[in-house]
Design a protein around this ligand. Structure first.
Ligand code: NDP
Ligand code: 2IT
Length: 460
């Protein structure tokens, strides 16, 4: 008995040492890339029980390999603004891992985009895409271009210039970009038009998130937000809870936030607040989604305009204050690190029951700790927001078959995928000794499929 215990302890120590050693190397090789290091730390720490149980992953240097991108390109994007002045931005595409399928992941246009942001998003995407159960590898891209305040003409000239370099790196069986912050159906349209013009070929599956009029999937626009709510619904159901009658706070008012609010409201919740990068609105009567859609999707205005239309609502400058509003369920759907330890403690002291990460890495490591220690149900991003990329993969399937499914058909598949992801995360967490910890469960379930595929394909 004692010997068995000792072998187990030795195995655990070896696994810990291995993870620490590789992480130290990652810090040395990627200094000051804080978002990337934060994301790597969370995933690596979750994998200790896997290496303890299955040391062959260590023998195959799997962590060293998986954390190193297959390739990353940066490129100049020159374009002419409305005043005739030449502007220059930096473009990025990371092709992180192709073990289970062509690289797949969104493009982000935001002034904060840099190497660290692209690498964190790309690394996260490997595991997320694996969780969907569909054959897609991990990639991501974008630019430090700021779409705010730009005319349609400027957006078009920028995206055309961006694609004039990107096209040589992508293809329906190579790498398939889609949207993310600052990139929606308008930008995907311009990108697709330019790709088609350069290639002289109608390769519908080269981009996803297209308008359904020319090969986009119905329900792709709704998929990330709906998927997040479907995932949280499963998590609540396991505890005898539901959205019905609950108070919900959602950060952001972009693609993910809008459709998370829509589905939460459909399930009987009252969404009382949402935000943009300037501030947040609190509407005790429940946020009017038609107004938000008009302001954000059509008129591209600031959220502060909401209170002009709904005078009983309140507007507050600054983003972080939104987490001081008491709620049962919080859905951060704006950006990375928007909930820190202080915000997490505030949510807990106001009685929050569940957190669903619609955005990528919206909670800091310290915030996650606060939620887990206080038994708040926690749905981690790579599982909870995987519905967007899952429906992107369904868009690729429809493009390959040259047909399109109905909204109901896609939505039903999305629902099933989110349920499967939830079950797989729960099961992996249990199997590896962390029952109820979906952070660990998601990382392990996502990792194993990719790691096994990498090993099966030899040393590549
Ligand atoms: P959008 O550009 O449609 O919306 C982003 C929203 O977040 C806007 O309300 C924006 O406000 C706000 N926001 C962006 N950056 C910041 C910031 N630095 N500080 C405060 N608020 C900010 O993007 P999406 O809705 O597509 O993406 C939101 C999140 O969801 C991101 O983390 C993205 O990576 C993630 N995600 C997106 C998927 C998708 O399918 N689109 C899939 C999975 C995850 P403002 O308008 O003022 O900038
Ligand atoms: O973070 C994400 O999963 C996305 N931005 C969606 C990626 C995609 O390829 O649909």
């Amino acid at each position: 008995m004692e010997t068995l215990q000792k072998v187990k302890q030795d195995g655990l120590q070896m696994a810990k040492d291995y993870v620490d050693e590789v992480y130290e190397k990652v810090i040395k090789q990627n200094p000051n890339e804080n978002e990337f290091l934060q994301c790597v730390k969370e995933i690596f720490d979750s994998l200790v029980p896997v290496f303890t149980k299955h040391p062959h992953y260590m023998d195959n240097s799997i962590l060293e390999r998986i954390v190193e991108p297959e390739r990353m390109v940066t490129f100049r994007v020159s374009w002419v603004d409305d005043h005739g002045k030449v502007q220059v931005n930096r473009g990025f595409r990371i092709q992180y891992n192709s073990a289970i399928g062509p690289y797949k992941g969104g493009l982000r246009f935001h002034p904060s985009v840099n190497t660290s942001i692209i690498k964190f998003l790309g690394f996260e995407q490997i595991f997320k895409n694996s969780l969907t159960g569909l054959p897609i590898g991990g990639g991501k891209g974008g630019s430090d271009f700021d779409p705010k305040g730009k005319s349609d003409g400027e957006i078009m000239r920028f995206t055309q210039s961006f694609m004039t370099e990107l096209y040589r790196h992508i293809g329906p069986d190579i790498d398939v970009p889609a949207g993310d912050i600052g990139v929606g159906a308008r930008e995907i349209g311009f990108l697709f038009g330019q790709y088609k013009r350069i290639r002289g070929n109608y390769e519908a599956g080269v981009l996803t998130g297209k308008n359904p009029r020319y090969g986009g999937s119905l329900a792709r626009k709704e998929a990330t937000g709906y998927g997040t709510v479907y995932f949280v619904e499963e998590m609540l159901k396991d505890k005898g809870l539901s959205f019905e009658g609950s108070t919900v706070v959602v950060s952001g008012s972009g693609n993910v936030a809008i459709y998370a609010m829509e589905k939460a409201a459909q399930l009987g919740a009252k969404v009382v607040a949402c935000s943009d990068s300037n501030g947040f609105v609190y509407d005790q009567n429940g946020i009017n989604l038609e107004t938000i859609k008009r302001l954000k999707e059509i008129e591209r205005k600031r959220i502060s305009e909401y209170v002009k239309i709904h005078p009983t609502a309140e507007y507050y400058e600054g983003c972080t204050g939104i987490w001081s509003i008491p709620c049962d369920i919080a859905l951060p759907c704006a950006t990375q690190n928007e909930i820190d330890e202080t915000a997490a403690n505030l949510l807990v002291s106001n009685g929050v029951k569940a957190i669903g990460e619609g955005a990528n890495m919206p909670c800091t490591l310290e915030a996650i700790d606060v939620f887990l220690k206080n038994d708040v149900l926690f749905a981690p991003a790579k599982a909870a927001n995987a519905g967007g990329v899952a429906v992107s993969a369904l868009e690729m399937s429809q493009n390959s078959m040259r047909l399109s499914w109905s909204f109901e058909e896609v939505d039903a598949k999305l629902h099933q995928i989110m349920e499967n992801i939830y079950r797989n995360c729960v099961q992996a967490a249990e199997e590896y000794g962390y029952p109820g910890n979906l952070v660990v469960g998601a990382n392990i379930a996502g990792f194993i499929k990719v790691a096994d595929a990498m090993i099966a394909q030899g040393v590549i």
